[in-house]
Design a protein around this ligand. Structure first.
Ligand SMILES: [Zn+2]
Length: 245
């Protein structure tokens, strides 16, 4: 993974402001893994999430501090999670070519592949009621029942549920859930953790801090944005401290 400099981080943040989370993931990851730019969109989602988690460690450290509220008593919860623990579930090496897998359940055989960012981008404009079905259609290559081909809309619900379970087992980092406990009422629940949404908030905060630093230093010293962003973070901070004196 290569390091992002301040100017690149601002460019990515600007380009990612009005796009979907999948596009944001691809923007960030193609900048830090340029050698994988061509394959990222067709990599299983868990592979992208593992890379986003590693980028998060590089940019902001390995502890996730999460805020949530208890679904039972509404108490605010603060919890810390180590990214190393989440990454221990990563399947690696994640195949670049998305392989075909097979599920056998209740007499049905379903050939399928794991969902990718390209799949999520393909269904993003569909209404939510049709999006899930659209995704399943894209993932299933062929289904058979007693030797007869079965179309995806004809598959029984329990086969689709088994398929969902198998996808989670094959790519555990595609859907991350954090185990939270309420300190007030001891209620336990699983909170879905969207890596890109969490990371994007942090990237946004960092971008706004950088813009503040540029504005402050430019107005004090007359330097250009490019000159200020080329300074090391320590050098920028030292100049800002001079202005506070
Ligand atoms: Zn509670």
């Amino acid at each position: 993974m290569r390091l992002l400099n301040a100017a690149e981080l601002l460019d990515i943040w600007e380009a990612g402001r009005v796009v979907t989370p999948s596009r944001r993931s691809l923007l960030l990851l193609s900048a830090v893994y340029p050698e994988e730019r061509e394959v990222l969109a067709n990599m299983p989602i868990g592979g992208l999430n593992a890379r986003l988690l590693r980028l998060r460690v590089q940019l902001f450290g390995s502890t996730l501090n999460c805020l949530a509220s208890c679904p039972e008593c509404n108490a605010p919860i603060e919890a810390a999670f180590g990214i190393d623990g989440l990454l221990s579930h990563a399947i690696e090496p994640m195949p670049e070519e998305n392989a075909t897998h097979s599920l056998t359940h209740e007499g049905y055989t379903v050939d399928f592949r794991l969902p990718t960012a390209a799949d999520l981008l393909a269904i993003v404009d569909k209404p939510s009621t049709k999006a899930a079905g659209g995704l399943v259609e894209r993932l299933i290559d062929k289904s058979l029942h007693q030797g007869e081909v079965v179309s995806t809309p004809e598959l029984p619900g329990q086969v689709l549920e088994a398929l969902e379970r198998q996808i989670s087992e094959l790519d555990p980092l595609a859907h991350i859930e954090l185990n939270l406990t309420c300190p007030e009422c001891r209620n336990d629940w699983l909170e879905v953790f969207h890596v890109i949404d969490f990371l994007w908030l942090e990237v946004g905060n960092m971008a706004k801090r950088l813009l503040f630093e540029v504005a402050r230093l430019a107005s004090a010293f007359g330097w250009s944005e490019r000159e200020i962003l080329a300074l090391s973070p320590e050098r920028r901070r030292s100049y800002l401290e001079l202005l506070e004196v």
